[in-house]
Structures are given as C-alpha cells and as structure tokens.
Design a protein around this ligand. Structure first.
Ligand SMILES: [Fe+2]
Length: 222
C-alpha cells in the first residue's frame, strides 16, 4: 500500500529534465494516484488541515486548483476543476513542464509548431501552424514541455490531476495578437471576485463533487 510519504519521495526523486524517464515516472505517479482512491481521498481530506497547502489552493470563477502536495521552488501536485465550458482560446507556453491525467470530462487540445525558426520568446498566431490535435478523455495523460505551445477547449466540469516541475523559463507567453482580446472577455468574470482564496466551503464542495463521481471515497454530502 502506498502512502502520502511515498508520493512525496517519488516526486522528490524525479530528475525534472525533459526526458523520457521524467515523463514515465510522472505518468506512473499520476496513474497510480488516480487508481488509489483511498490514498487520493486521504490527500484531498488533509488539505483543509494543512495551512501550507490550503493557502496555495485557488478558487477562480473559471477554475479551481486544489494543492495536494507541494515542494516550494520545485514540483507541485494539484487537482484542477474547470467550472464552465472554459475555452482556452489563446495558444500559450508554460514556465514549467506539466503533466496531466484526466479524471472526468475532457478536452480538445491543439499543439502548435512555430514557423518563425525560434524555440522560445514572444510569438503571434501568424508564427504558428497546428501540429497535432488530440482529444484528452478520462484516463488520458500527457506531458507538455515548457518550450511547447498549446491551447485547449474544455468540457464543463473537467477534472484532472496536474503535476508541474520546477520553473524552467522566466515567464510564460500567450500569442501576443490575441492576448488583449481574451483579457477583455475574461475581465467581467474576474472583476466579480477580488480574492481567489479557496475557503473551507469551496473545498468541501469540490470534495463532494469528487465523491459524487467516485473519484474519492466516502459519503457524499451535497
Ligand atoms: Fe496550458
């Protein structure tokens, strides 16, 4: 039987270079956690009693991030929940390598290739062509290295296990020509809420949703 300490130790042991080995290890940890409902339940239920985790959780109008385990300056293991049919329209990069395992819902993902001969820094949509379109359904997992550019279209209620490695870039980049447009689209939602802290009530609702779908165990109190 695996414990929370085992998960921490295995994450500490990953060499976070963009290697096949790191992807294999990260995928193995996420898959096992998705299948080990008692362990995932323990981790979810521990969050409200662990200030250093609860203090890093976020509840946004568009998505929630529940931090299950964290090594400041290093890796971070979270549960993500997309509340609505969030359309992540802007092609973008990430500062860190990310690993995701879909638990519920799913999304369409476009992976883009740059045509300007660069492998980092700012870009516009004129510099991109779609390279791969993938459909991420429950049970699917993938790794996105920090130089890569992607965009996603979420199904409402999508839930995923999400793991990020240490920061490898100074900043992330959205497609510069679309950034202002989408900022405008999201401004109304974002201006409604000034504080993105996850409260105990937000956490309880997130956990109840996970129980109602059998992702964690225990009695569902909705
Ligand atoms: Fe992304």
């Amino acid at each position: 039987m695996h414990t929370v300490e085992d998960v921490h130790r295995e994450l500490d042991d990953i060499d976070w270079q963009l290697s096949r080995d790191s992807a294999t290890r990260a995928r193995g940890i996420l898959r096992r956690l998705a299948d080990d409902r008692p362990l995932l339940t323990d981790m979810v239920e521990a969050v409200p009693n662990t200030p250093e985790l609860m203090g890093r959780c976020e509840h946004h109008p568009l998505m929630s991030r529940m931090v299950l385990a964290d090594r400041p300056g290093g890796w971070c293991l979270r549960l993500h929940r997309f509340e609505h049919d969030e359309r992540d329209l802007i092609p973008h990069t990430h500062r860190r390598a990310i690993y995701s395992h879909i638990l519920l819902g799913g999304y369409l993902q476009a992976w883009h290739r740059r045509t300007d001969g660069k492998d980092g820094g700012p870009f516009t949509t004129a510099d991109l062509v779609p390279a791969v379109i993938s459909i991420e359904e429950p049970g699917a997992d993938y790794m996105l290295g920090d130089p890569l550019i992607h965009q996603t279209i979420m199904r409402p209620g999508t839930v995923s296990l999400f793991l990020s490695g240490p920061a490898r870039q100074d900043q992330w980049w959205p497609a510069c020509d679309l950034n202002g447009m989408v900022t405008e689209m999201k401004k109304d939602d974002m201006e409604q809420v000034k504080d993105f802290s996850m409260t105990p009530a937000h956490h309880a609702a997130f956990a109840a949703m996970l129980r109602s779908h059998g992702i964690i165990t225990g009695r569902t109190e909705l």
